[in-house]
Design a protein around this ligand. Structure first.
Ligand code: MEV
Length: 475
């Protein structure tokens, strides 16, 4: 009730400011350029948007956005705080995929995705492999990388010598920042000076490797890098060895790298070919041959590789989003890894060896299970609870297992029934909803289209025939 009263007053206020805009606002805009936008209230922001970009009544626009606000004012405040200029929330479906058996432990996977078929397909694949011993997953390494990029126009040998003699002191200068992480078993593991002058004149780099335990560690890494950069500049300047103007270190930037080839995980499934059973009407050997050839195509053909890996990421991204991790970082890292030899290739491999069918997936991924959104977002917290509050390393294994199952599901469909059968079933559900068919009609539509090509117009025609046939006119 309180919320409705507030909304009523705010709507009236919004109408008022909509008409008075220009007279009372202390922000100015030319054309549609706006200043101090961030200082406006949510209602003022929406009214401005309504007037300048949507050309609709601010009341309608506010109602539209407000329809997606949380009832709980505190939760809404928290969501508003995750980003800037927030005017509403954008919802995506949160699903769960059961029947995952990873290293002998069963899991239900929380997945946030808007794409139909993804959760159904991965669940089927997980069940298929649960019945064949499950998925094996292993973390190969967990190191993350950060860089200090700098320019130095002096003698490279002298710089290298100075770094060798003083790198310990340089590392020690970051102790105030690394002490806590050290206690948790992490910290700065390695610091290297790289001479990059063969690529760009005067360009050098510190490449630092970090262990950040269960946190993604972005803030930690960036703070340490900035300290390394500024300390190194100071140390060299005060050393008396770099006196010439061209010997001054010019720090260009200090930032973590989202490419983490030493933070890597692998997941595998394997079974006797005959234990695959009949797969969508295909005999086991025939299925295994078709499957391995399809994965080989994704290794050698860049167009296929891109779609193949997109399928893998359907699963990984869904889990990454559900657990409040940074999916852009995950995506950019994985794509760099997929092109590490100069050509973009499949992340998975499939092969037949001694009558066994094998499928494996290996990729780098940096994830956190503490800190950031993983702790702040109420549903990310729940996702981690569903997974049994895993460590970051365990979450890496779960991500690899989900990617592997998504890949198995996609390639299995592609090489047997074709992908459209499954997609169209989900599509049919959406069409039924769109055409507002009732439950009886929906059942009849599903039966009728179980062996037919599905399109909106075909379903619409069938539904109108159905309705005509039972309308009083024809009785
Ligand atoms: C669709 O989102 C994903 C697939 O295209 C993946 C693939 O082709 O392997 C089905």
């Amino acid at each position: 009730m309180f919320r409705k009263i507030c909304l009523f007053f705010c709507l009236n206020y919004a109408v008022f400011i909509y008409f008075c805009e220009g007279l009372f606002f202390d922000f100015q805009f030319t054309m549609r350029k706006v200043s101090s936008f961030s200082k406006l209230t949510k209602y003022e922001k929406i009214s401005w948007l309504a007037k300048n970009f949507l050309y609709e009544s601010p009341v309608d626009v506010i109602n539209n956005f407000a329809g997606f606000w949380y009832e709980n004012v505190e939760i809404q405040k928290q969501f508003d705080g995750f980003s800037e200029n927030t005017i509403s929330n954008f919802h995506l479906p949160f699903g769960v995929a059961p029947n995952f058996l990873i290293n002998g432990k069963d899991y239900v996977i929380p997945m946030v995705t808007e794409e139909s078929s993804v959760v159904a397909a991965v669940s089927n694949a997980a069940k298929f492999w649960m019945e064949r011993g499950g998925i094996e997953a292993e973390v190969i390494d967990t190191l993350k990388i950060g860089q200090v990029h700098f320019f130095y126009n002096g003698d490279a040998k002298k710089l290298k010598q100075y770094f060798t003699e003083n790198s310990e002191a340089l590392i020690q200068s970051t102790e105030d920042l690394t002490a806590n992480m050290d206690k948790r078993g992490g910290g700065l593991r390695k610091l290297e000076l790289l001479d990059m002058t063969h690529l760009e004149p005067y360009y050098f780099q510190f490449k630092a490797s970090f262990e950040t335990c269960d946190s993604m560690g972005a803030n930690f890494i960036n703070s340490v890098l900035e300290k390394l950069g500024s300390e190194f500049r100071k140390m060299t300047a005060n050393s008396g060895q770099f006196q010439k103007p061209e010997e001054a270190i010019e720090i260009n930037m200090c930032i973590l790298s989202n490419y983490t080839p030493d933070c890597i995980v692998e997941a595998k499934v394997r079974c006797k070919i005959e234990d695959l059973g009949i797969v969508n009407g295909f005999a086991p050997q025939h299925f295994a041959d078709k499957f391995t050839k399809a994965v080989r195509i994704a290794e050698i053909d860049v167009h296929r590789a891109t779609t193949h890996n997109k399928g893998i990421l359907n699963g990984i991204d869904s889990l990454v989003i559900a657990t409040g991790n940074d999916f852009r970082a995950v995506e950019s890292c994985i794509h760099t890894y997929a092109s590490r030899d100069g050509q973009y290739r499949s992340l998975s491999k499939a092969w037949i060896e001694n009558d066994y069918f094998n499928l494996s997936l290996k990729f780098p991924i940096a994830l956190g299970t503490v800190g950031g959104l993983t702790t702040l977002h109420p549903l990310a917290k729940t996702s981690l609870q569903i997974l049994g509050n895993p460590s970051a390393a365990d979450l890496m294994k779960i991500a690899a297992a989900v990617g592997l199952m998504q890949n198995f599901a996609a390639v299995k469909s592609l090489t047997t029934t074709g992908i459209q059968l499954g997609h169209m079933k989900m599509h049919l559900t959406n069409i039924i909803a769109e055409l507002k068919a009732n439950m009886d009609e929906a059942k009849q539509i599903e039966t009728y289209f179980s062996d037919k090509v599905i399109s909106v117009s075909e379903v619409r025609n069938y539904l109108s025939r159905l309705r005509d046939s039972i309308s009083p006119k024809t009785i």
